[in-house]
Write a new protein. Structure first.
Length: 213
C-alpha cells in the first residue's frame, strides 16, 4: 500500500513539475515572438534598411533627423537589365509620438500599398522635386493613416501628407504645410501675382481619391 501511495505521489509531483516550466516556457516564447514582430527604427540608416523587408512592422524608438534626400521604395528602371522595378511598402510604421525632422524631398515613402502609418509627427519638412509631392508618401493605395501631423513648406504642388491617395483612409490627420511655389509661366485661368512669378497653394492632407475622417 505504501509503495502504491508513493508511486502515485511521485507521478503527481512529476506532472506538476513538468507542466509549470512548460507554461513558463510558452509564455516566454510568446513574448519573444511578439517583440520580434515590430522592429525599432532609431536612425536614418534604419529607415533605409526597411526596404529589405517591405511587409515588416516598424516603430520609431526616438526622434529622427533626416540629413539626406530619402525616397524609400521607389519605382526605377534598371538600364543594365532593362527591368522596371516597382518597390512598395506593405507593412506598418508606428511613430509612437516621435518626430521625423527636416525631411526634404517629394515623399519619404515613394510607394505604399495596404500599409498602415500611425502616430507620426513630421516637422520642418521641405516638399520639393521635379513633380508633385508630399511629405510622408508620394503614392498610396488602400493605406490607413491615423494621427499623422505634418508641418513645414512646399516648393512644388501636391499635398501635405500623401500626394496621390487611392482608396486610402485618413483619421485625425493634420497638415500645416505652407506653399511657397513660384512658376515663370501663368497657367490657364490663373494670373501671376507679379511679372514672372505665381504662387500656387497645395491641397490639404492628401491628393486624389482619399477618404478622410
Amino acid at each position: 500500500m505504501f509503495m502504491k501511495k508513493m508511486a502515485a505521489f511521485l507521478m503527481a509531483f512529476t506532472l506538476v513539475c513538468t507542466s509549470s516550466p512548460a507554461d513558463l516556457h510558452t509564455g516566454a516564447a510568446t513574448e519573444t515572438v511578439y517583440t520580434a514582430q515590430a522592429v525599432a527604427i532609431s536612425s536614418e540608416e534604419d529607415l533605409v534598411a526597411m526596404q529589405e523587408n517591405p511587409d515588416g512592422n516598424y516603430y520609431l524608438a526616438k526622434d529622427i533627423t533626416i540629413k539626406g534626400n530619402l525616397n524609400l521604395f521607389p519605382n526605377y528602371y534598371d538600364y543594365d537589365t532593362k527591368v522596371q522595378h516597382e518597390e512598395c511598402f506593405t507593412g506598418s510604421l508606428d511613430g509612437r509620438g516621435h518626430t521625423i525632422k527636416d525631411y526634404t524631398g517629394m515623399g519619404l515613402f515613394n510607394n505604399a500599398k495596404n500599409a498602415t502609418f500611425k502616430n507620426i509627427v513630421m516637422t520642418n519638412v521641405t516638399i520639393q522635386g521635379k513633380e508633385m509631392g508630399a511629405a510622408l508618401v508620394y503614392q498610396a493605395e488602400k493605406c490607413r493613416f491615423f494621427n499623422i501631423t505634418v508641418s513645414g513648406k512646399a516648393t512644388i504642388g501636391g499635398a501635405g501628407i500623401v500626394d496621390s491617395a487611392k482608396s486610402c483612409d485618413f483619421t485625425d490627420c493634420t497638415s500645416k504645410v505652407n506653399a511657397d511655389i513660384k512658376v515663370t509661366d501663368a497657367l490657364p485661368g490663373f494670373l501671376p501675382e507679379s511679372p514672372g512669378e505665381m504662387k500656387i497653394p497645395i491641397s490639404g492632407i492628401a491628393g486624389i481619391r482619399a477618404i478622410s475622417h
